[in-house]
Design a protein around this ligand. Structure first.
Ligand code: GTQ
Length: 350
C-alpha cells in the first residue's frame, strides 16, 4: 500500500480496499506506476534454445505421438519469463514442428497468422488453400489468417521448421475462430509454384478475374531461400553496412508493400565476419534463427553463443549487439508491424 501516509489515513484506506473488493473495485494509485511504465520492462527474458537438444526432444515426441493424433506435433518455445502463456514474447508464439515421413498434419484454418521457417529437411510441404509450397531449408512459408493449411511429408527424412504465430495477439483481442476440414488433406487446387510465379516477382495478374486467384490482400505465401539468400549476398557485396543491423532485408507482402502479415514482420540479415554491430534496442521483441555462421549476441552485457539452427529471443527494449566470428546470417520475426499500426513502435540507436 501507498507508503508514508499517516497511520489513520492508511488504516481507513485499507478498510476501503477491503470493502470495495467484493464489488470488483481496486485503487489505481496503488499500481499506477506499474501499469504506465516510463519505458518497457518486459516480463519476457533473453533466451536461447540449442537446436540439437530441442531436436532430440522433438524426435522423442515423434516416437510417442503421430502428427495426425497431435493435429500439430509441436514443441512450444515458451519464454521462461512467460510461463504458462505459450508465448515467446508477450504478443507472439513460437514452436518447433516436425512432420515424419508419410505423415500428414490435417487441414484446418484459423484467425491466427502463421509463418514457417524451415530448419531441416527437404521436400515436405505446407499446402495453403490446396496449393503446396515444397519446402527447402531456410524457406519462409506463410499461412495467413483464414487460409486453409495442411502439412505433409512424402519424403523419407523428417521435416522440422520453426512456427511463428500471433496466438497471444489474437488471444489478447478475444478474436479466435478455428475450424477443421472434414478431410485430412485439402483437395489440390493448383500445381505447386503457381502463386510464386504470379505474385512472387513484383508483378500480379492484370485485370484480376480468374487469373488473380489468390486473396487480394494476401496472395504470396512462399519466400524461398533460393531467392532471399542471393539477394542478401548481392546487398552485402555493394551496399554500405548499417552499423546497427548489418545488411538487412525485410520480407514484404507484394499486395501493399507492407509487412508479410497484419501482425508479424520478418527479415533476414547478414553480419560480415569480424563485424560487431552497434547497440540497438527496439520495442519489438524479436525471435531469431541462426541460418549460418557463429558468433555472439550481447544483450545488456549478457553473452549468448550462437551456432547454426539455434533459436533465440530478445525481448522489447533490450540493447542488442552482434559479434560475427564467422559471417552470420540470421532470420528474425517480431510484432513490429502491429506496433507501427498502433503508433507504438520505437527504436533507439546507440
Ligand atoms: O501448423 O497450423 O505451432 O495451428 C500452432 C498452431 C502450428 C499449424 C502451431 C497451429 C499450427
Amino acid at each position: 500500500m501507498t507508503k508514508s501516509l499517516p497511520n489513520a489515513q492508511h488504516d481507513q484506506l485499507a478498510a476501503l480496499y477491503e470493502e470495495m473488493a467484493p464489488e470488483s473495485l481496486t485503487p489505481l494509485w496503488e499500481i499506477l506506476s506499474a501499469l504506465v511504465l516510463s519505458e518497457p520492462e518486459s516480463p519476457a527474458r533473453v533466451h536461447r534454445w540449442n537446436y540439437q537438444s530441442a531436436r532430440n526432444h522433438l524426435m522423442r515426441a515423434g516416437d510417442l505421438i503421430s502428427a495426425e493424433e497431435a493435429e500439430r506435433r509441436v514443441l512450444i518455445l515458451e519464454n521462461p519469463g512467460l510461463k504458462g502463456q505459450s508465448s515467446i514474447t508477450p504478443s507472439l508464439y513460437a514452436g518447433l514442428q516436425m512432420i515424419l515421413p508419410g505423415e500428414v498434419a490435417p487441414c484446418h484454418r484459423h484467425s491466427q497468422c502463421a509463418l514457417r521457417f524451415v530448419i531441416e529437411g527437404e521436400g515436405a510441404y505446407t499446402a495453403v488453400d490446396g496449393e503446396k509450397a515444397i519446402m527447402h531449408p531456410f524457406d519462409l512459408v506463410l499461412t495467413p489468417g483464414g487460409q486453409w493449411h495442411d502439412h505433409g511429408n512424402p519424403t523419407d527424412t523428417p521435416m522440422i521448421w520453426l512456427d511463428g504465430l500471433d496466438i497471444p495477439t489474437v488471444r489478447h483481442f478475444d478474436a479466435s475462430f478455428a475450424e477443421k476440414l472434414p478431410e485430412a488433406m485439402h483437395p489440390e487446387t493448383v500445381e505447386p509454384g503457381d502463386t510464386l510465379a504470379r505474385y512472387g516477382h513484383n508483378m500480379r495478374p492484370m485485370r484480376g478475374g480468374v487469373a488473380d486467384r489468390r486473396p487480394s490482400h494476401q496472395p504470396l505465401f512462399h519466400y524461398p531461400y533460393a531467392d532471399w539468400r542471393p539477394a542478401l549476398d548481392a546487398m552485402a557485396a555493394k551496399a554500405q553496412i548499417d552499423p546497427h543491423l548489418g545488411h538487412a532485408l525485410e520480407f514484404l507482402n507484394p499486395a501493399d508493400g507492407g509487412a508479410i502479415m497484419p501482425t508479424i514482420s520478418a527479415h533476414v540479415r547478414l553480419i560480415p565476419q569480424g563485424y560487431r554491430t552497434r547497440p540497438r534496442r527496439s520495442t519489438d521483441g524479436t525471435t531469431f534463427v541462426v541460418v549460418e555462421g557463429s558468433g555472439e549476441a550481447i544483450v545488456d552485457g549478457e553473452r549468448l553463443a550462437l551456432s547454426p539452427r539455434d533459436i533465440f529471443v530478445i525481448p522489447s527494449w533490450k540493447a542488442l549487439e552482434f559479434v560475427a566470428e564467422s559471417q552470420l546470417v540470421l532470420f528474425g520475426f517480431s510484432d513490429k508491424t502491429s506496433q507501427i499500426k498502433l503508433n507504438l513502435y520505437r527504436e533507439d540507436l546507440a
